[in-house]
Design a protein. Structure first.
Length: 161
């Protein structure tokens, strides 16, 4: 009788260990599948943006362009990010074609942000769209912020969303 009891306890322990092992392997498999399937928008770089900020090189790792229709016309906002630094170009009056857009407080503008500090571009700047369509935009830019930060030799290319 006692050997049967030991055998029964041993079989139960093995069954529990096998179930735990199977559950553990299932959790690992699901975790591996979920972490290897990144969202497309997380890995697709939909453009490029470079500039010189005073004497420092800026090369964006993430670039986006968003189109919105306002009562005064079409606005494209091209954004480039690297770490905690952002350059935003607001192009007012964009009509899916090349053109020069002068920065004024009432229309096109630019912002350079580092962390939580934003430096607004004032009337000293422009965006030149060299290639433009309803789905893509590219060009050059330069501006001086209100705090005399010089953003020069800027270029961008982005897919409009």
């Amino acid at each position: 009788m006692l050997p049967n009891l030991f055998y029964y306890i041993y079989r139960m322990k093995c069954t529990l260990m096998n179930k735990n092992l199977i559950n553990l392997l299932a959790v690992f498999a699901i975790t591996a599948i979920l972490t290897s399937c990144a969202k497309t928008e997380d890995i697709v770089k939909s453009g490029s943006m470079t500039a010189t900020v005073d004497s420092t090189s800026f090369v964006a790792t993430q670039v986006s362009a968003k189109k919105s229709i306002t009562p005064t016309g079409t606005v494209i906002i091209v954004t480039g990010n690297v770490r905690n630094i952002t350059i935003d170009l607001r192009i007012a009056g964009y009509n899916d074609a090349p053109g020069t857009f002068i920065m004024t407080p009432a229309s096109s503008s630019a912002t350079y942000s580092s962390g939580s500090i934003a430096f607004e571009g004032d009337a000293f700047g422009q965006v030149v769209v060299t290639n433009g369509s309803s789905s893509n935009i590219s060009g050059t830019f330069s501006f001086v912020t209100n705090d005399s930060l010089h953003i020069r030799n800027g270029s961008f290319q982005a897919v409009i969303q």
